[in-house]
Design a protein around this ligand. Sequence first.
Ligand code: FEO
Length: 176
Amino acid sequence: MISEKMADALNSQINKEMYSAYLYMAMSAYSSNIGLNGFANWFMVQYQEEMVHAMKLYNYISDVGAPVELMEIEKPPQDFGTALDMFYATLEHEQFITRSINDLVDLAIEEKDHATHIFLQWYITEQIEEEGNDNEIIDKLKLAGEEGNGLFMIDKELAVRIFNPPAAVTDWTQVR
Ligand code: FEO
């Protein structure tokens, strides 16, 4: 059992994760459009990861007997500028998500909601990885330059990223 306030906050987080998925889908489409197919792949994998983040929340809320409330998903931008601009925007968005997860943990602690506190640990670790990935790609883009061969090499590197689904991703109700 979790409080109504905690359930509301977790439901809002579903919306933020769904927006993240939508944002990265838009970045994938933009990347394809400007000929960066490796970037397009990387963002489409990121889209799938965000769907997992949303579904883990969805299933947790259901598991603890609270109502899932789905909200409207905001329209993402369509133009993201250069590859470096796009990764700065990605990092900025992930920093926003990290702050949001931290706020959820603060609320769980305030409410002595140990189950939710433990559940959120996965997201804390995940956010370290997400920000780390973005910082690494930003560093590479700065080193290699944003044009010609450098960008081509990074695009090739991002083309090999694959989605590693949780074991039960073929059944979204089982994603934990
Ligand atoms: Fe679900 Fe990228 O944070």
